[in-house]
Design a protein around this ligand. Sequence first.
Ligand code: ARG
Length: 277
Amino acid sequence: MFFVNQPRIPRKRTYLLCPPEHFTVRYAINPWMDTATAVDTELAVKQWTGLRETLQELGHTVHVLPPEAGLPDMVYAANGAFVVDGTGYGARFRHAQRAPEAAAHRAFYEGLGWRFVAPAEINEGEGDFAYLPEAYGGTILAGYGFRTEPGAHAEAQEVLGRPVVSLRLVDPRFYHLDTALAALDDRTVTYFPGAFSVASQRVLAQLFPDAVLADEVDAFAFGLNLVGDGRHVVLNSEASAMADRVAAAGYTPVPVELSELKKGGGSVKCCVAELRP
Ligand code: ARG
């Protein structure tokens, strides 16, 4: 049961993005990546600029992390850390190709003067962590199965002091939590059940009886890889069925073109890290 008539109130957010100036597909670490695919880096930058401007036009603050040559996946800024209550829990990447990105994110948070904790456990930041400030007083959802180690979920709970609920991902196409689940506002999630183990589906159904359920078509179009501010839902323009779904639930879909970045196995949410003071 969605409370469609309930006003959807946007909340101003602060985000960190990194432009795809060095974006290519020169290694393949997820099923979407094919090193034979030609990438139009100029188009990627143009589309990414559209995403940045959209977030700014919605009233949000956007910080930009300087991109580094040789780190083509740095555009997926969500993976660099997970920030809750002004504390950054750093990333430790599964694959060597992305490992150096963690230091760039660390330098950014330390430059802001925020508390930053370097991880011992492998985890890919907001790619595998989502935060719902008003679900049960503040709940972190955490994915494992492909990238992040379950040990990082316990570590995040100790670092951030919020309850962490572990969810097992089972479909290699949806290798990060943020490809299969998103926060639409401070207490509501949308997700594709088939990306999760049967037991994790039950956990989600019990915690979030009001979730907006998506299907495989939505997930395959990267429709779950969205950024919500409580009212607006920024998602890639290929995910039109997902746009209809969030509209039916009372949110305002804001489609953006981001086709080039799909070649790396990511979309809107992958490009956006949220800084929560
Ligand atoms: N090529 C990147 C990788 O496989 C894509 C990361 C997508 N990011 C995300 N938050 N899902 O690591």
